[in-house]
Write a protein that binds this ligand. Structure first.
Ligand code: AMP
Ligand code: MG
Length: 415
């Protein structure tokens, strides 16, 4: 049986980015860029004022103070989006507003609060050094400069930067299509009549959303009954996608046909079983290099193994150079005792207490019951060898879902 690290090491090489496509910026949020992106032009594109006030020559106002103002005639105006201002003659001022181009010849701005305009003249009551309150052309971005590196994820800030550069199309890695194939005679879809013994195929709805959140394209196939021919036919269909995930039928039960179906379809086995709790019977295989993952059907196992083993692989495939979650250090609220042997991924509620993150493990860890995932915001990693955990012991936890939130604003004591 493989450790989680060994399983990931075996799986990751099968998940390479699929090539690139060009998308409009408005369709690109959450995607990973597949090429370095360079600046098209300087930003700001021209010297402009950071304040409402007067554009001047710094030398003209060097002696200005509250008690002895320097009086300058006001010649012209520069406003954002307005006509370009005339060049500034020595010993004159130009009325200027935030974002407006500096007149040629001016090298500083005096803010409005330090002036007093009277008719065509302004009294400057404060000196201004050269460059003061001026945003210099190219001071933020230089034309040709590297804006984004291959593998950077487009998010709010990145979108803003590209938009500001008038970059409307961007090269991103393709999103893998991931087929989801549930197996089980008992499975019904949402809204179906539930005859005795039947259950809803809840996993497919969960995994569809987990895939969407990553940026992959979920392709949910109809659930198949537990018969070899039907599973094989469904697998052949599923193999049209870039990645195949099956759920259920991968344990050691008499009706667990997934292994045999893989063999019959020509899917090469990689490994079966990982030292993870929950989720031990996970299997990994490949069809002509295409990754095929068999997740256990138990809803908690499916969710946990997807998050721990599949999500990093898919992030890598999506183009993320840093696909691995980085846990935070937390303290256990309560003691915990268990059978050692496998790394346990325990559902928990994490909260801030003083300087620390405290994790309260859900009291129903073992079961496959879905209510034990409600409100969970952390997955606590309990090392394989350890059986006893004391209250207050340090553990690592992967933040999950909404992460840390509270009913009280963190700004209340911040001044
Ligand atoms: P299996 O892995 O097929 O042995 O299934 C283990 C448990 O998970 C059984 O109780 C199944 O009914 C349940 N199960 C399997 N597949 C799903 C699914 N797609 N959605 C919800 N529960 C499932
Ligand atoms: Mg089954």
């Amino acid at each position: 049986m493989r450790s989680i690290a060994e399983a990931l090491a075996a799986m990751l090489p099968a998940f390479s980015p699929l090539g690139e496509e060009e998308v409009h910026l408005t369709e690109s949020s959450g995607r990973y860029v597949s090429r370095d992106v360079m600046a098209r032009f300087d930003a700001p594109p021209f010297d402009n004022s950071a304040m409402d006030g007067y554009a001047v020559r710094a030398t003209d106002v060097a002696s200005a103070s509250q008690s002895i103002a320097v009086r300058l005639p006001v010649r012209g105006e520069s406003r954002a989006g307005g006509p370009l201002p005339m060049p500034l003659d020595p010993e004159t001022a130009c009325r200027i507003f935030t974002g407006a181009p500096m007149p040629r010849g001016a090298d500083a701005v005096v803010m409005q609060e330090d002036t007093d305009q009277d008719g065509d003249e302004v009294a400057i009551q404060e000196s201004s050094a050269e460059g003061k309150h001026v945003r210099v052309q190219g001071s933020d971005v230089r034309s040709g400069e590297l804006l984004l590196r291959t593998g950077d994820r487009l998010w709010h800030g990145e979108l803003g930067l590209l938009a500001s550069q008038n970059i409307d199309r961007v090269h991103v890695f393709r999103r893998p299509k991931v087929a989801l194939l549930s197996t089980g005679d008992e499975l019904r879809e949402l809204g179906d009549e539930l005859d005795p013994g039947a259950i809803i195929n809840s996993n497919v709805y969960v995994l569809t959303e987990m895939l969407r959140a990553l940026g992959a394209i979920p392709v949910a196939l109809p659930a198949t009954p537990d018969t070899l021919p039907e599973i094989e036919a469904a697998l052949r269909k599923a193999l049209e996608a870039d990645v195949v995930i099956t759920m259920g039928g991968v344990s050691v039960g008499v009706y667990d046909f997934v292994h045999e179906a893989f063999k019959n379809v020509g899917i090469e086995p990689g490994f079966w079983k990982v030292r993870i709790k929950p989720g031990k019977p996970l299997a990994f295989a490949q069809y002509e290099g295409k990754p095929v993952i068999a997740l256990p059907g138990n809803p908690i196992s499916a969710m946990v193994t997807f998050e721990v083993l599949v999500a990093p692989c898919l992030r890598k495939m999506l183009g993320d150079p840093r696909p691995h979650p980085q846990p935070v250090v937390a303290r256990l609220r309560d003691s915990y005792r268990r059978r050692p042997g496998r790394v346990e991924i325990a559902r928990a509620v994490a909260m801030r207490e003083g300087d620390e993150i405290i994790v309260a493990l859900h009291d129903r860890q073992g079961s496959g019951s879905l209510p034990s995932f409600v409100g969970i915001n952390a997955l606590v990693i309990l090392p394989a060898a350890q059986a006893e955990f004391a209250a207050g012991e340090r553990v690592e936890a992967i933040l999950w879902g909404a992460g840390l939130r509270g009913d009280r604003s963190c700004f209340e004591d911040m001044g």
